[in-house]
Design a protein around this ligand. Structure first.
Ligand code: SF4
Length: 328
């Protein structure tokens, strides 16, 4: 069965996540649709501030209290947008596990690893003894390549790569259906980065989990993702299978993003960059949010928000692909 035909474990339907500031709201995620299927990895890519981490943390509702959610975010068919903190605690860890960017700040450095696991296991299995928890911890640490005896150590005694392994083990210990990995390898060198990505992929297969992989690094998603969603200024502007995104990108932003990756081809050594910067998400433009930086801009682009067009098995949000446009 093709991955895009499998059971949906997460669905965002016109999802909006708006942060409260002193005077207004920042529309960090502003109407996205996305389906994650069982066993699938979706890479969410885009520049800093495009809304990708807000989306990831929004799945677990780890955002400031006054954040507003609109639309639907179905996690295993349960809309989490109206859920309160008490109900979300049942979702976190058990249904959705999270791997953060910097394990040194996410793992309490003065709590021994065995206690970190005990706290997580106890939250969902009240009454579990410390010894039982240690047995489970030993098994999962072994799976991620850490000697079980090291559970008696503190996070600060581990190297960066080993700490990230601890974080992955913690995210997996309750066997969640979905793992959200937010820039999981950003603070690691390239060799450790490759080891962590391989480990994550192996574990995904053995647990049959699904992964939302959030990164600004197109190399990381090339390694692991089945599908890619490109975010820009709170919108998903293009979404398709990984190969289609890399070899036949449609949206002007995706094209420019791919051109800005350094490569070793002697005929194409010139590094390009995308001039300008993304718009304010407090008062985003009424038309296309990429218009001020887009080399293909047309008059309609400033006047009306581009529609979502289904194309080539994926979607693109751009006026170039509407019927009658001859600019494709
Ligand atoms: Fe460029 Fe217009 Fe497409 Fe926006 S809608 S990306 S401005 S062509």
């Amino acid at each position: 069965m093709a991955k895009n035909e499998g059971e949906a474990v997460l669905r965002a339907e016109n999802l909006k996540i708006h942060y409260k500031t002193k005077k207004s709201y920042v529309k960090a995620v502003d109407g996205i649709d996305l389906t994650l299927r069982k066993g699938e990895t979706i890479g969410i890519v885009g520049e800093s501030g495009c809304g990708k981490s807000t989306f990831g943390q929004g799945i677990l509702k780890l955002l400031p209290q006054k954040t507003k959610y609109y639309g639907k975010l179905l996690v295993r068919d349960v809309d989490v947008t109206p859920l309160r903190e008490n109900d979300m605690r049942k979702v976190r860890g058990k249904v959705v596990g999270m791997i953060f960017q910097d394990p040194m700040t996410s793992l309490n450095p003065i709590t021994k690893v065995e206690k970190l696991f005990y706290e997580t296991l106890e939250e969902h299995n009240p009454g579990i003894s410390f010894n039982e928890s240690r047995e489970v911890t030993a098994q999962i640490l072994q799976k991620v390549g850490i000697e079980p005896r090291r559970m008696r150590e503190y996070p600060f005694q581990f190297s960066g790569g080993m700490r990230q392994r601890v974080m992955i083990a913690l995210a997996l210990v309750l066997n969640p259906d979905i793992i959200v990995a937010d820039e999981p390898t950003t603070s690691l060198d390239v060799i450790v980065q490759a080891q962590i990505l391989n480990l994550l992929d192996e574990l995904r297969q053995s647990y049959n989990a699904s992964i939302i992989l959030i990164t600004h690094d197109l190399g990381v998603v090339a390694e692991m993702a089945d599908r890619i969603a490109v975010m820009y200024a709170g919108h998903i502007v293009e979404q398709n299978e990984k190969e289609k995104i890399y070899y036949e990108p449609k949206h002007p932003y995706t094209k420019l993003l791919l051109k800005s990756i350094p490569n070793t081809n002697p005929k194409d050594l010139e590094l390009t960059f995308i001039p300008g910067s993304p718009p304010s998400l407090v008062n985003p433009p009424i038309g296309c949010r990429f218009a001020s930086r887009c080399p293909y801009k047309m008059s309609i682009c400033d006047e009306k928000e581009p529609p979502v067009v289904e194309i080539d098995g994926g979607m693109v949000k751009c006026w170039l692909y509407t019927q009658g446009s001859d600019n494709q």
